[in-house]
Design a protein around this ligand. Structure first.
Ligand SMILES: *Cc1c(COP(=O)(O)O)cnc(C)c1O
Length: 344
């Protein structure tokens, strides 16, 4: 049976062009800085994001962890969203490995952190307090439904950070989705961040890899942090070569994923017992709620799975569907038909 996998855009498989690029990649030892394919990718990403330098890491989790550990020392505090990936889904790594104190603030529905709340969270210089060093933002904001952070918001947070000598790290696992949705360059969206990490293996469909960007000095330090974390890789050009294809060929097509997510959300809005705000679906992530008392989110996910459709139940009444390279419009039609029958 053809399964429709809407659990995440991480399930995308490398394209034939990626497999070919992998086979032909020009390789060396990247820990010696001698892997041509990796050097080329790092230059390309730095250019796209308007930063001086960048660093290939095995995962988005390591990109964020290396960034936080490079910006902060033990006992320092990082302000982040209580719905952020770093706070929820990275196994507490910043605390476990970096001794960094997370100060979580509620994400608004649109993915932002209230600037006034950030300002109040910043500690004064007092022996009782951890030192606030860093503000972490996420674009798109996954758990808020793939919401995009806009340039005027980034400008506001930059002013605030500058006023208190803080750094900004941007988790841009899906920054290219935000860029495509807004019709802006990824560089524009990353301009006010001191560091930014992007994922090659989500909607861009590469098999492995994330890239952390920043100033030359920051990336030099982050390279050391990556080594500490065991993330120094040797002939990682086989990964970088796929990443190059991802950046050259897969960014523009994210618009198709967004259109499918919109079609899914609009269809769901017409199904009694489901609650969704299609206007809030800005990219490829569709969160929706079950309002019928007679059925739970996990029962819906189970019933869909029996019909060859996979989505994630992320709470008693909350579900998530994500569109990506492997999903076509007929998959959306089939999913909506199945949901209509389940909810009837
Ligand atoms: C997927 C994701 C990451 C990184 O996850 P890995 O599984 O480690 O690659 C980071 N931030 C966000 C918002 C994500 O969605």
């Amino acid at each position: 049976m053809h399964t429709i996998d809407l659990r995440s855009d991480t399930v995308t498989l490398p394209t034939p062009a990626m497999r070919q690029a992998m086979a032909q990649a020009d390789l060396g030892d990247d820990v010696f800085g001698e892997d041509p394919a990796t050097n080329e990718l790092e230059q390309k990403v730095a250019g796209l994001l308007g930063k001086e330098a960048s660093l290939l890491v095995p995962s988005g989790t390591m990109g964020n962890l290396a960034a936080v550990l490079t910006h902060c020392g033990r006992g320092d505090e990082a302000i982040l969203g209580n719905q952020s990936h770093t706070f929820l889904y990275e196994a507490g790594g910043i605390a476990a490995l970096g001794g960094v104190h997370p100060h979580a603030l509620p994400n608004a529905q649109d993915g932002t952190l209230d600037p006034t709340a950030i300002e109040s969270a910043i500690r004064s210089d007092n022996v009782h307090f951890p030192r606030t060093r860093l503000i972490c933002l996420e674009n798109t904001q996954n758990q808020c439904g793939g919401r995009v952070l806009r340039p005027d918001y980034m400008t506001r947070i930059r002013q605030l950070a500058d006023a208190h000598q803080l750094k900004i790290h941007l988790d841009g696992a899906r920054l290219f989705n935000a860029a495509v949705a807004l019709g802006l360059s990824a560089g524009t969206l990353a301009a006010h961040a001191d560091s930014v990490s992007i994922c090659l293996s989500k909607g861009l469909a590469a098999p492995v890899g994330s890239v952390l960007c920043g100033t030359k000095a920051f990336i030099q330090e982050a390279r050391r942090t990556r080594k500490i974390l065991g993330g120094g890789m040797r002939q990682c050009g086989i990964i970088a070569a796929c990443g190059m294809v991802a950046l050259n060929e897969m960014i523009e097509r994210l618009a198709q994923d967004h259109a499918l997510a919109q079609a899914l959300a609009k269809g769901m809005a017409g199904i009694p017992g489901l609650s969704i705000e299609p206007d809030h679906v800005e990219t490829n992530i569709v969160f929706f709620e079950v309002t019928h008392e007679s059925i739970s989110a996990s029962q819906i996910a189970d019933e869909l799975r029996r019909q060859g459709i996979q989505i994630l139940a992320l709470g008693p009444r909350r579900l998530r569907a994500v569109t990506h390279l492997g999903i076509e419009i007929q998959d959306i039609t089939v999913t909506l038909d199945a949901l209509r029958k389940i909810m009837a």
